[in-house]
Write a protein that binds this ligand. Structure first.
Ligand SMILES: *[C@@H]1O[C@H](CO)[C@@H](O)[C@H](O)[C@H]1NC(C)=O
Ligand SMILES: *[C@@H]1O[C@H](CO)[C@@H](O)[C@H](O)[C@H]1NC(C)=O
Length: 155
């Protein structure tokens, strides 16, 4: 989820490329998030050919970790990746939002309709290689964090 100018977006991606990008109208509530997941998660998994071997990782946002959301994920047999507790800077999707923002701004949208359209276009254009690098870099840093956690003296 991200404020791309004055529109709010929810998006997902995997090492093989970007998945769905959804515009959130109004305020994001827990039930909106459940709706987004129902609408987009499976289709994105299919689009990206993830098969059955995937885990879902959400931003550490209270709306994302609520009971209704947990139930929805469980009902749909979605495996959720547990975030390491001390990793505020690790979310790889933040890099993707920055990249999207840069590409969209470069095209100078003049109104919100156009802004949304450019976001969709640029999101679809983000190269799978870039997504793959983000995931890879993330996994590397994650391994480091895990390692540090295993030995407090290294902090
Ligand atoms: C938004 O901007 C685009 C491009 O300048 C234009 O074609 C379109 O008519 C505008 N839409 C609205 C609702 O103003
Ligand atoms: C933890 O750090 C200590 C001191 O640097 C080191 O001797 C020990 O081998 C480390 N243990 C692990 C599991 O990395």
């Amino acid at each position: 989820m991200h404020g791309c100018g004055s529109i709010m977006l929810w998006g997902c991606f995997a090492a093989g490329g970007t998945g769905a990008l959804h515009k959130i109208d109004g305020i994001m509530r827990k039930k909106n998030y459940v709706y987004i997941l129902k609408q987009h998660l499976k289709t994105s998994v299919k689009k990206l050919n993830l098969g059955r071997k995937w885990v879902f990782q959400m931003n550490n946002d209270p709306k994302h970790t609520s009971k209704v959301v947990a139930k929805c994920l469980k009902d749909n047999k979605v495996k959720v990746f547990e975030w390491p507790s001390q990793s505020p800077d690790l979310s790889p999707i933040e890099h993707l939002w920055a990249e999207l923002n840069k590409c969209v701004r470069a095209r100078r949208p003049t109104n919100l309709t156009q802004l949304h359209q450019l976001c969709q276009e640029e999101w679809a254009k983000i190269h799978p290689t870039y997504c793959g690098k983000l995931v890879e870099g993330y996994q590397k840093r994650l391994t480091q964090v895990e390692h540090f956690k295993g030995n407090a003296t290294k902090y």
